[in-house]
Design a protein around this ligand. Structure first.
Ligand SMILES: Cc1cc2nc3c(=O)[nH]c(=O)nc-3n(C[C@H](O)[C@H](O)[C@H](O)COP(=O)(O)O)c2cc1C
Length: 318
């Protein structure tokens, strides 16, 4: 796999399931990743954790993200991911949530670069597909933790490191410090660095490439309710290179939006039945952002309980 020059859909727990990932691929995302899956859960209770690893051939290239504190479990989990046919394994070393860090996983790994290296090495040895890692700037506010962690990761043989440049304590507050992405690329010019954080509107990806020198850009929250963002980012990137005129914003025509949302709901229903329709409520809230009357529409969402009420509400509003 070549991780250079790509727009990548970020792993987003509770959002980036197979249906949403495919919609993003169709709308310009070059690479997609599952939400994080516990390596231990995958080994102990594959039917429960394994459902997060459903994917469709149309998603390729698709990676699976694992989290866990233990090199042995990560190695076994990575082998399972490879067996299921994924194109790469991503290791979560950035999740700030206490439930994850309390067990020594996610961002907690950042406070011990050697352990980060051991975990990555175990995964790299266990599989023949590429292993990547996703990190934050640090667990506490220690300076430059990401540089020490990245050194261990690259030494262990990871194919790429994604940096979301916030410390764990920041959660999602403040702004992502793109200076850390630039520093990481400068420190490891021959390695692949994926920049992530606060790419929100069309010119942002071109700016992140230009300001940081990163090899690829990963987009998370801006894709929620807006899978079209990838195509818009690409238009702006082409415009920045002088290859094409820039677009205006990332919004599709209203007919295109309606058709995609209806399809999203239909596929969620086909895969998950009524649960899929209930899951669509949050997507509908995101799809409605910025559309006049969105607050009243969101108030109607508890009434979306089956395919008919879904189609009626979407048809009326969009
Ligand atoms: C709802 C939500 C779920 C997330 N789940 C994951 C996850 O499963 N694995 C992960 O590495 N990061 C996860 N993240 C972090 C994102 O992948 C990304 O690093 C972060 O949102 C910053 O990028 P953005 O500004 O483009 O959203 C999550 C973020 C959000 C908002």
């Amino acid at each position: 796999m070549d991780f250079r020059g790509k727009l990548i859909l970020a792993p987003l727990a509770g959002v980036t399931d197979t249906t949403f990932r495919r919609l993003c691929r169709e709308n310009g995302a070059d690479v997609v990743v599952t939400e994080m899956v516990s390596a231990k859960g995958l080994l102990c209770d594959p039917s429960r954790s394994g459902r997060y690893l459903d994917y469709d051939e149309a998603e390729r290239p698709v990676g699976a993200q694992l989290f866990g504190p233990d090199p042995g479990e990560i190695a076994e989990g990575a082998a399972e991911v490879a067996r299921r046919g994924f194109d790469f394994v991503d290791l979560n070393m950035g999740c700030p949530v206490r439930k994850v860090t309390g067990g020594g996983a996610g961002a907690a790994i950042l406070s011990d670069p050697r352990r980060a290296g051991e975990i990555a090495r175990a995964a790299v040895r266990a599989v023949r597909i590429p292993v990547t890692a996703k990190i934050r700037s640090g667990f506490g506010t220690e300076k430059d933790a990401y540089l020490a962690v990245a050194r261990e990761l690259f030494d262990a043989g990871v194919a790429a490191v994604t940096l979301h440049p916030r410390h764990r304590g920041q959660m999602f507050s403040g702004s992502a410090d793109w200076g850390h992405i630039a520093a990481l690329k400068k420190a490891f010019p021959g390695e692949i660095v994926i920049g992530n954080g606060d790419v929100r509107s069309p010119g942002d990806a071109a700016r992140m490439f230009a300001q940081t020198g990163c090899d690829s850009v990963m987009v998370g929250r801006a894709a929620m309710g807006n899978p079209w963002i990838f195509a818009a980012l690409k238009r702006e990137m082409a415009a920045a290179c002088g290859a094409a005129p820039g677009g205006s914003g990332g919004s599709p025509a209203s007919g295109e939006r309606l058709a995609l949302i209806l399809r999203h709901g239909e596929e969620m229903f086909l895969r998950q039945g009524m649960h899929g329709i209930r899951e669509m409520r949050k997507h509908l809230a995101w799809y409605s952002r910025g559309v006049p009357g969105a607050a009243a529409f969101r108030a109607e969402l508890p009434g979306v309980t089956d395919p008919d009420s879904f189609r009626a509400a979407v048809g009326r509003f969009f």
